[in-house]
Design a binder for this molecule. Structure first.
Ligand SMILES: [Zn+2]
Length: 550
């Protein structure tokens, strides 16, 4: 039997389409999706304009008056804002293959996340990407390669410098991560084992990422009493390694340094003036989240769980540890741990949501500073609980937010309703910026807030062809009602989704439609295009990795 010629094949295709009930006319529509009647903010900080957005093949095809044009599907955006989908460059959404809808993110308008932050990434980025491709993912995904992950693979938790052979093994692990598609290298210098690394080691590893076109993102060594030195170190690493710098979750976490955020922003601005490509990100809360162990001196944490418990349970060593913990607190202007709230404690989940002060009262019948330290000792002796720390000032949060080079980023992982007592930023960060800081306190204008969530992160992270509503750019879009945007998640009741983001579109496909999650998984893996500015070549729907890394 000979194969049908071209016209015969077309007839066969049309017949089978008709048999399947698929309208042939629909495929002739000008657009796959048309967003009608909204006010379009293009993401660059320009004022909004009334316009339609026509989407075809995953891209924004046209922006303008498109009423009357044909489309397979339409979204009515009357009275709402149409903006680029939010790009959250500081997340811990590691291993999203397990939870491919990333609902806490898409429900606050996020259409792209960067994982692998604070020095902690997947050990195999290639297999992480493979799992994501296999399961699909609702939003676009990129990752950094983490210093702590790399250091732990070579040195474990040893508190010493690597020798030449160990350093070269670490460098090759960073190089491998970059080859597999990482967008840069991250450090978490307040966490073991990253905190054991001297600047030289970080520079050597950041150079490897820089050469491969990556940036350097840092959770700095200190965010309180020595935060200015830490900012200087972060910038110096970028200068020495010749790569762009991202200062992660910029904040001032010590009461006796509150009010000094202006000086930090000046340091960053001065570096930019001398040519360092440095930016920062921030979450919009006066509390942070971290582990309990971060309150303890480094030496206590060396050598793994059994060693840590041994030190904590030895009365003489504990006296020394306690003295140092008190010293660390006093240095920052604290007299106790009442500002520390237990978010998630494996060994006694009934403590979740209580401050250490409240937990001490429950466990020991008293809540003074000594009882709080004893409670911390007992908890860390069993496992390392996740904590929420109330340690920032609203004035600093606002001053940092007003800086035009600071992005909005959540610092959150993928959250599961009902699990633990996580920081509410994972459900509400973008919504909170729009509701509390744009609509209510008017700290920054709407256009600026959207720019800080879209084109600013897209340009710095090199996500070319993303972060703006513009013909030829990927159709990553969020349609929201500013009057209705809300972040009901609180520290007491964190598991509440953001409100007001009725339609969220990733690569032209709705992942939220009329407020409901569609279950679609149109996300792509994003790579970094260095110097990827707003103009120039636009890649079709971003850069997608080949099926297997070459
Ligand atoms: Zn961090």
């Amino acid at each position: 039997m000979s194969s049908p010629n071209a016209p015969q094949r077309l007839v066969l295709v049309l017949l089978s389409l008709a048999a399947l009930g698929i309208s042939v006319a629909a495929s002739r529509a000008t657009f796959d999706l048309l967003i009608l009647g909204g006010t379009v903010l293009d993401g660059t900080g320009k004022a909004g304009v009334r316009a339609e957005v026509g989407i075809k093949d995953g891209l924004v095809a046209r922006v303008g008056n498109l009423r009357g044009e044909s489309a397979t599907d339409t979204v009515d955006a009357s009275g709402r804002i149409v903006a680029p989908g939010f790009i959250d460059v500081h997340t811990h959404a590691d291993d999203p293959a397990e939870t491919p809808l990333l609902e806490n993110f898409i429900r606050m308008g996020v259409t792209a996340v960067v994982a692998g932050n604070c020095g902690s990434s997947s050990e195999s980025i290639a297999s992480e990407f493979e799992a994501i491709r296999r399961n699909g993912i609702a939003l676009n995904f990129a990752t950094l390669v983490g210093h702590n992950t790399v250091r732990a693979a070579v040195l474990g938790t040893a508190q010493r410098a690597p020798d030449a052979v160990e350093l070269s093994r670490m460098k090759s692990l960073v190089a491998k991560g970059m080859e597999e598609g990482a967008v840069g290298f991250s450090t978490g210098l307040q966490y073991v084992p990253g905190s054991y690394a001297a600047r030289d080691e970080i520079v050597e590893l950041a150079k490897v990422a820089g050469k491969a076109g990556g940036l350097y993102a840092s959770h700095m060594r200190n965010e309180g009493t020595r935060v200015a030195e830490a900012v200087e170190e972060t910038i110096a690493v970028g200068e020495a390694a010749r790569c762009p710098v991202q200062i992660s979750h910029l904040k001032i976490d010590s009461p006796n340094r509150w009010g000094t955020s202006g000086a930090l922003l000046d340091l960053v601005a001065a570096a930019r003036r001398r040519g360092v490509d440095v930016r920062a990100d921030q979450y919009a809360y006066t509390a942070g989240a971290s582990s309990l162990s971060i309150r303890f001196p480094d030496w206590v944490l060396e050598g793994g769980r059994a060693k840590i418990a041994e030190r904590l349970n030895d009365p003489r060593t504990w006296e020394r540890i306690k003295g140092e913990v008190k010293g660390l607190l006093a240095e920052r202007g604290f007299t106790d741990l009442s500002w520390a709230v237990i978010a998630s404690y494996r060994d006694d989940p009934s403590l979740n949501g209580l401050s250490i002060k409240q937990a001490a009262a429950r466990l020991l019948g008293r809540d003074d500073a000594e009882a709080q330290l004893e409670t911390a000792r007992q908890m860390l002796g069993k496992s390392n609980p996740q904590m929420v720390y109330h340690f920032m000032s609203e004035d600093d949060v606002k001053r940092i937010m007003k800086d035009p080079d600071v992005m909005v980023a959540s610092d959150s992982g993928v959250l599961t309703p009902g699990q633990g007592a996580p920081h509410p930023r994972g459900y509400g960060n973008n919504a909170r910026v729009l509701a509390r800081y744009v609509r209510e306190s008017r700290t920054i204008p709407l256009e600026e807030a959207v720019r800080k969530m879209t084109s600013l992160p897209a340009r710095h992270f090199g996500f070319k062809g993303r972060g703006e509503v513009r013909a030829g750019f990927a159709a990553d879009l969020v349609v929201f009602d500013l009057a209705k945007v809300a972040d009901p998640a609180t520290f007491e009741q964190p598991h509440r989704y953001a409100a007001g983001f009725g339609d969220v579109i990733v690569n032209g496909v709705p992942v939220i439609r009329k407020g409901a999650v569609t279950g679609a998984r149109p996300g792509q893996i994003l790579r970094r295009t260095p110097n990827g500015g707003p103009a120039g070549t636009v890649l079709p729907a971003g850069t997608v990795l080949p099926a297997r890394p070459r």
